[in-house]
Design a protein around this ligand. Structure first.
Ligand SMILES: NC(=O)c1ccc[n+]([C@@H]2O[C@H](COP(=O)([O-])OP(=O)(O)OC[C@H]3O[C@@H](n4cnc5c(N)ncnc54)[C@H](O)[C@@H]3O)[C@@H](O)[C@H]2O)c1
Length: 429
């Protein structure tokens, strides 16, 4: 039913970390549409930050999910932005109370938990939307619209690849909180490329993926490749620090890449952290200060995936981590033509078969509506806007990510990782 559109949607944020803060910026910019009325986070610093941002009363700050659900249902929905391995544990109690939820990707770390979560949502008629923010970027949205228009004909094949830059790889997947499958629960494909698998399924919407196969490994950032004289921490005991291209000093002090991730352990507002505090933290106990070759990371640094869909469409995706130029490539081929582009270029080329010369015509589609500095090219705010529309009973965009649409992408990831772990065997989805 359509709600009074003047009434804002009231949400509880579960896990007020980096992503929680990113999505709820929408509430600060659009107080008439979205209101944060409570926050659950075990970290007192994060609770205090939320209290200050949203003018919350003390009794609306919870240090655990159990305390919050004990109050019964007192909001319209939940924004769950906890870390990957906590999604299932923190989502179920709210779904059981009948809360709709905007849930961060990856939905869950494995198929068993995914089934459990979906069942809980179905039983209570909860609407789950997954944060596949790339669907909301103007680049991929334009591609989706072009595919829907039928201009390049029936879908035949899709090729995508994602290059993860050195700074991002280091801060997140080597020295960072997603670096270990056991600790975080996510593989590289799940943590980084569930977006790409989701895009493949969204572009080929309505067709189930049937089989996946995958190869890959971890071969570069390993102890055997550490430079001579390498210690355990760049700024504490390393004789090779000055020459090492991956020194944490170069990445985090001389430059400031992914610093929000790197210094959250200090529990201070980033702008208030001094250079000396950062340096000391990297020298002592900050995981980001470890030698990049000698961490507890176990994620692959390269992986290739092949997928077959029930409508005959084939897709390939590759991920390469630790590259010079980060970004995402896409090449989609249809029966009448093709499109090809690089997300970060904000343009793609459309080629159509031309019977006049038996070759092709070509045009460039420029993406002009990208706001610099807006998270995920504007995807962060657009997905929250869609979620609010869903809650208000208003029409949603073509990017809308109800859980049914998001599940197939995750199923590909689970199957591809099973294939990778078993020498590249073909795995049925
Ligand atoms: N959509 C995207 O493109 C995108 C990008 C980055 C991260 N992510 C995903 O977003 C999620 C959050 O990532 P992040 O970087 O914001 O993490 P984060 O560590 O910055 O935030 C997580 C917060 O959850 C809190 N927390 C821990 N245990 C909790 C519990 N039991 N109950 C409630 N809160 C708890 C932590 O104190 C922290 O403040 C992850 O699943 C991550 O993979 C998605």
């Amino acid at each position: 039913m359509e709600k009074d559109t003047m009434e804002s949607v009231k949400v509880i944020v579960v896990g007020f970390g980096d992503r929680g803060a990113a999505y709820t910026k929408y509430a600060l910019d659009n107080p008439d549409r979205l209101k944060v009325i409570a926050v659950v986070d075990p970290n007192p610093f994060r609770r205090e930050l939320a209290k200050e941002k949203f003018a919350l009363e003390e009794d609306m700050l919870f240090s655990c999910v159990e305390d919050c659900v004990r109050r019964g249902k007192f909001a319209d929905a939940v924004i769950n932005t906890t870390m990957d391995e906590l999604h299932i544990k923190t989502a179920l109690p709210f779904l059981n109370l009948g809360y709709d939820m905007l849930l961060e990707k990856p939905i869950t770390n494995n198929k068993k938990e995914l089934t459990l979560l979906k069942k809980a949502a179905d039983e209570k008629n909860c609407r789950l939307m997954i944060c596949h923010v790339l669907r909301y970027t103007p680049f991929y949205l334009k591609i989706k619209e072009l595919l829907l228009s039928g201009e390049i004909g029936e879908l035949v094949a899709m090729e995508t690849n994602e290059m993860v830059g050195v700074a991002h790889a280091s801060a997140s997947y080597i020295r960072g909180k997603w670096n270990n499958r056991e600790k975080c629960g996510s593989s590289m494909l799940l943590a980084k490329c569930c977006h790409d698998m989701d895009l493949l399924c969204w572009f080929n919407s309505g067709a189930a993926p049937l089989k996946a196969t995958s190869y890959g490994g971890r071969h570069y950032f390993i102890p055997a490749n550490a430079p001579e004289g390498a210690g355990t921490r760049c700024l504490a005991d390393c004789k090779a620090e000055k020459e090492c291209p991956y020194s944490c000093k170069k990445l985090l002090l001389d430059n400031e890449y992914f610093n929000e991730y790197a210094f959250t352990c200090l529990n201070k507002k980033y702008e208030e952290i001094t250079y000396e505090e950062k340096e000391y933290s990297l020298k002592t106990d900050n995981p980001q200060g470890r030698c990049i070759f000698k961490t507890d990371a176990d994620l692959v640094d390269r992986q290739a995936v092949i997928v077959e869909f029930e409508n005959g469409v084939v897709a390939t995706h590759s991920m390469i981590s630790g590259v010079a130029r980060p970004g995402r490539n896409i090449h989609v081929v249809g029966t009448k033509g093709e499109l090809q582009g690089f997300l970060e270029d904000n343009k793609f080329v459309v080629r159509l078969y031309n019977p006049a010369n038996c070759l092709y015509t070509e045009r460039v589609e420029e993406i002009t509506n990208v706001t610099a500095g807006d998270g995920h090219s504007g995807g962060d705010s657009r997905i929250v806007n869609d979620f609010v529309n869903m809650e208000l009973g208003l029409p949603r965009s073509v990017s809308s990510t109800v859980i049914e649409d998001s599940i197939n992408g995750h199923l590909i990831v689970y199957a591809a990782d099973e294939s990778l772990d078993n020498g590249g065997v073909s795995v049925r989805i």
